[in-house]
Design a binder for this molecule. Structure first.
Ligand code: DUT
Ligand code: MG
Length: 156
């Protein structure tokens, strides 16, 4: 499913040779936050991810993330729930100036081996706005009610 809003920024994609024939990353429902990413691995060589192991899985595309945005690579909840498959670095960060192939760092936290086939939807990418701040070093932090309380200081 393709969704366009007049005000949506454009995401330019470059298809790499290993992405030949794959569906473009797409929003799978009208209100989907993320576009699903597919495994651009060799058709003849499915990837067997053993329990406790990780693999960097190519998507077959270079993403030209618009300036002032990032791409967040996130797990699919179905794969996580059913098979224990997650993104080890979740959410993965794709910078707007990155011009390499987007890859998904999958990890198998389940108890069974998981086989990844070419074209399988392995993760999703959310395009989110980013604010870069100016960094200033100061000598005293402003006072607040919370102060230094954290990590459960307000109770359960
Ligand atoms: O799930 C991910 C995470 C990152 N990247 C690519 C795009 C991103 O712009 C680049 C660097 O990612 P990050 O900054 O998280 O990694 P790093 O270890 O800090 O590497 P670098 O020193 O290249 O910034 O790697 C992916 O393709 N998939
Ligand atoms: Mg970095």
């Amino acid at each position: 499913m393709t969704i366009h809003h007049d005000l949506s920024p454009t995401l330019n994609l470059i298809r790499l040779p290993n992405g030949e024939g794959l569906d473009l990353p797409a929003y799978e429902s009208k209100g989907a936050a993320g576009m699903d990413l597919r495994a651009a691995i060799d058709e003849a060589t499915p990837l067997m991810l053993l329990p406790g192991k990780r693999a960097l899985v190519p998507t077959g595309f270079i993403f030209e993330i618009p300036e002032h945005f990032e791409g967040q690579v996130r797990p699919r909840s179905g794969l996580a729930f059913k098979n224990g498959i997650t993104c080890l670095n979740s959410p993965g960060t794709v910078d707007s100036d990155y011009r390499g192939e987007v890859k998904v760092l999958l990890a198998n936290l389940g108890e069974e081996p998981f086989v990844i086939e070419r074209g399988m939807r392995i993760a999703q990418m959310v395009i989110a706005p980013v604010t870069q701040v100016r960094v200033a070093e100061i000598t005293e932090a402003s006072e607040t009610l919370r102060g230094a309380g954290g990590f459960g200081s307000t109770g359960v």
